[in-house]
Write a protein that binds this ligand. Structure first.
Ligand SMILES: Cc1ncc(COP(=O)(O)O)c(C=O)c1O
Length: 424
């Protein structure tokens, strides 16, 4: 019996979310981007059909964002926003985000990304109820198949069980529970079982991303919101993917007519040009922390890079590009086009069992005998990036600057791959 060999000759970098023996030796090293394309160090040019991890909304390597970062770093790289200190860029970005926010008159907490934002939102929800004196309201509900990042709270509330497992407890941070996806009655039963008096908040993506691109059934989110209100459960809408235009509205909260207590955002706020995320906070949550009284409590949260000045300057340049290049109306066109193309694909290819489109987000679910990982690898050979998601689903979420021809070419390439798979 031979002992299993340890791979000693790989790079020092420990890749994220990777089964290392499966990826080492076949890693794609990206060293350049232009618009909707990225380039690998071995000379390939690939259409970025996922916008990286749903982040590169305005496309790659936009000079305006590079210039914004350069100018800001020459002036001030950053200064922290603890206690009396703030920096001008964080102040300006927060004003601008407050103006775009679907929550009226919000306060804006800034940090470094989506997982951070989820941590803050869940902490703030618990802090809210402790401050109210409702001490047992500590449980955070989330939905089956949900993805909310991988910091301690995101790990704990993961609806993709493999992200929660292996840490010795059911939930890394105690007091979390999952509810069935898109099932209001199941949510009502869970609230009854756990007791509303023990539940602080429910976290939900408006359209599930990593869980397989699952748009809500009509009316579902509104009913969830009503149930939360009825039971004094805060509603946290996780817009880390959907925020800043991915659904054609600035926030999916607008698209679905919601009125959450907290909204988390990241990715699209800078289109990935700088690590930045945050939380929009409704007045009913922030007001008690702003009372002009020595007894007013402090929300004990912050990090060195919260409100990082260069990241904020880059975010403002990104918001300018969204406006100047009219990218939100373009997303509406792209949604309709993608919907038409995927419906044709479903009709033509027996290996496609379902397609879903909401905003410029699509999921193509393949028959079980065609592993989605193999289809994604074959697409790369044809020059297109997709990504395997839960449920044997291919992710489609290209940059907003994608042309009609590029989108057609991408879906044609998926069809070519499936045609070959069906003939295997
Ligand atoms: C809905 C959602 N929430 C949170 C996150 C975590 O964001 P980040 O990877 O920036 O920490 C993600 C990342 O994909 C996400 O899709």
């Amino acid at each position: 019996m031979s002992a299993t060999r340890t791979i000693l000759d790989g790079p020092a970098l420990w890749s994220a979310q990777a089964h290392l023996p499966s990826v080492l030796g076949r890693q794609l090293v990206i060293d350049r981007g232009d618009g909707s394309y990225i380039h690998t160090s071995d000379g390939r040019r690939l259409f970025d059909g996922t916008a990286g991890l749903w982040h590169a909304n305005i496309g790659h390597s936009h000079p305006a964002l590079a210039e914004a970062a350069h100018a800001q770093m020459l002036k001030l790289e950053t200064y922290h926003i603890f206690a009396r200190f703030v920096n001008d860029q964080a102040l300006q970005l927060a004003e601008r985000l407050a103006g775009l926010s679907p929550i009226a008159d919000p306060k804006v907490i800034l940090n470094s990304g989506g997982s951070d934002a989820i941590d803050v939102a869940c902490k703030l929800a618990r802090r809210h109820w402790q401050r109210e004196g409702r001490h047992s309201k500590t449980t955070i509900l989330s939905r089956e198949h949900a993805y909310h990042g991988l910091h301690a709270y995101g790990t704990s509330i993961a609806g993709l069980d493999f992200n929660r497992e292996g840490y010795g407890t059911e939930s890394l941070v105690p007091e979390t529970a999952r509810v069935a996806v898109h099932d209001v009655d199941a949510l009502a039963r869970t609230i009854t079982r756990i007791g509303a008096k023990n539940i602080a908040a429910l976290v939900t993506e408006p359209i599930q991303g990593t869980g397989g691109v699952n748009p809500p059934a009509p009316g579902y989110l509104e009913k969830v919101q009503a149930l939360c209100r009825e039971h004094d459960i805060l509603l946290i809408v996780d817009e880390v993917i959907t925020g800043f235009g991915r659904t054609g509205a600035m926030f999916a909260t607008d698209r679905f007519g919601l009125d959450p207590d907290l909204i988390t955002f990241a990715k699209g706020v800078t289109s990935g040009y700088a690590p930045l995320g945050g939380v929009l906070v409704a007045p009913r949550i922030w007001e008690p922390f702003y009372l002009d009284d020595p007894a007013t409590p402090v929300f004990r949260h912050g990090a060195t890079y919260a409100g990082h000045a260069t990241a904020c300057a880059v975010a403002m340049a990104n918001l300018d590009i969204l406006e100047q290049e009219q990218l939100l109306p373009r997303v509406v066109e792209l949604e309709h086009r993608l919907d038409g193309l995927l419906k044709q694909l479903l009709a033509r290819r027996p290996s496609v069992v379902d397609v879903r489109v909401a905003g410029f987000l699509g999921g193509v679910t393949l028959r079980d005998d065609i592993p989605v990982e193999r289809a994604a690898d074959a697409l790369i050979e044809l020059g297109f990036i997709s990504r395997p998601l839960r449920g044997n689903t291919l992710q489609i979420s290209p940059p907003f600057i994608t042309t009609d021809d590029e989108l057609t070419g991408f879906v044609d390439a998926i069809e070519d791959v499936l045609f070959a798979e069906e003939a295997r």
